[in-house]
Ligand binder design. Structure first.
Ligand SMILES: Cc1ncc(COP(=O)(O)O)c(C=O)c1O
Length: 423
């Protein structure tokens, strides 16, 4: 193995935190530059026509590469150094063979789903889902005769299998914890379901949108998932300054997704790749601090008289629904808090409008604390009936805790609640 992929020193295994600054890159490739430059180029020159032919043959899967050989650089829709280095680094957190970076979380989710779904097959998905994902599943996939089955909280594997019946289950898409309610779904149960339908021609992958907890606090591949998906706009990017997505899994599955990404052109740009490498260096620091802040904020919210209910994974007790799943598959509670303000939309809006430190904006996982109103914003397009069923109601506010001082965040929330006068 060449130096840039070294993951141990004298038998001591290095952690991802240590590898984020250099893994997959060698300064001698770029005039000694410590950081990888931004390879702002659309295309790459070949040293000979034969080399170009070979690169294309490998990239298009027309020949088997030799041991250690990979497709050389061709064209930035297919590959680019900033994306390749980043993709190598991203695999380390989730223990994946391969990762692929996309122009957005939606690009990652839609490209991956389209890779495995065919007309007449069934996609099982947990509910609720992020509004954009829900829209794609319920408004775009049906145009291609792809059928769907919703997996609601409390349904067993047998219940879901009964709904799929003798149709072909082609994939399971899970969002756990679910955005915006923090509900948990069991990855091992999804694997049990998919196993019933798998065959040589049908990998029926279990895909987990790990945006809320990953890649620090949940590692779905270790619990039976086949593909991990991210809106990398969130914790991975972490600074509210880029839009990106990622898909991770085995070489076999990612080879298939690569083809879709190449043909749809849903890859990220070199600048986005470079920014994400910058972000990955502080990922662990940021996510740990956000989680510590969120624990303090959640503890304060539980007893607040103007909070009807609060959902935060760190508050789960052994008798609570979801506790067993949390213990089985999560490594920490993260920093997403769902708050049901006492009252309705009026009270929720008054609270949101009164905050001075937290920013009223959609998105999450960034260094600054963000708040939003899912029923009228991120999840507005979901039919009200489903929103009511899963708790995306008018008094729900979603809080993404940032890295500010926890007591400042608390003070901001106290002031906000003081402005909520019950009608
Ligand atoms: C859980 C989840 N998945 C996917 C997405 C879509 O990601 P993007 O906005 O990067 O396309 C979001 C966006 O909010 C999200 O919260």
């Amino acid at each position: 193995m060449s130096d840039q992929y070294r993951t141990e020193i004298a038998g001591h295994e290095l952690s991802p935190e240590s590898l984020m600054m250099g893994y997959g890159y060698r300064p001698e490739w770029s005039e000694g530059a410590l950081k990888s430059p931004i390879f702002q180029t659309s295309t790459f020159t070949f040293t000979s026509a034969a080399e170009g032919k070979r690169f294309f043959a490998i990239s298009y899967g027309l020949v088997e590469p030799e041991e250690g050989e990979s497709a050389g650089l061709i064209y930035s829709r297919l590959n680019n150094p900033d994306l390749e280095i980043l993709e190598h680094r991203l695999t380390l957190w989730d223990g994946a063979d391969q990762s692929l970076v996309f122009a957005s979380g939606m690009a990652a989710i839609t490209s991956t789903l389209l890779t495995f779904l065919d007309p007449g097959t069934v996609l099982v998905h947990t509910a609720p889902l992020y509004g954009g994902t829900d829209h794609f599943i319920n408004h775009v996939l049906p145009r291609f005769q792809i059928e769907t089955v919703e997996w609601h909280h409390g349904m067993t594997v047998d219940d879901v299998a009964a709904e799929v019946g003798d149709r072909t289950l082609a994939a399971v898409l899970m969002e756990t914890p679910a955005n915006p309610t923090n509900e948990l779904f069991s990855i091992s149960a999804a694997k049990e379901l998919a196993d019933r339908y798998r065959s040589e021609d049908n990998p029926a992958p279990v895909m987990v949108d790990n945006t809320f907890l990953g890649p620090m606090f949940q590692h779905p591949l270790k619990h039976g998932a086949d593909i991990v998906l991210y809106s990398a706009t969130k914790y991975i990017g972490g600074h509210s300054d880029l839009i990106a997505g990622a898909a991770l899994g085995s070489h076999e599955l990612m080879t298939r997704v690569t083809e879709t990404r190449t043909i749809l052109g849903t890859m990220a740009t070199p600048l986005t790749g470079w920014l994400m490498m910058r972000s990955l260096e502080t990922l662990s620091l940021r996510m740990t601090r956000q989680m510590e802040n969120a624990k303090k904020v959640a503890a304060f919210l539980v007893d607040h008289p103007k909070v009807a209910k609060v959902s935060y994974l760190g508050l789960l007790e052994p008798d609570d629904e979801g506790y067993d799943i949390y213990m089985e598959q999560c490594d920490g509670p993260g920093a997403m808090i769902s708050i049901w303000v006492d009252g309705g939309e009026t009270e929720a809006f008054r609270f949101l409008d009164s905050l001075q430190l937290a920013h009223l904006a959609v998105s999450l996982g960034s260094t600054e604390t963000l708040v939003q109103h899912p029923a009228s914003m991120t999840h507005a397009a979901i039919p009200k009936e489903l929103r009511d069923k899963v708790g995306i109601v008018d008094n729900l506010v979603r809080l993404s805790v940032g890295i500010e001082d926890a007591s400042d965040i608390k003070q901001d929330l106290i002031n906000g609640f003081n402005e909520v006068k019950l009608l």
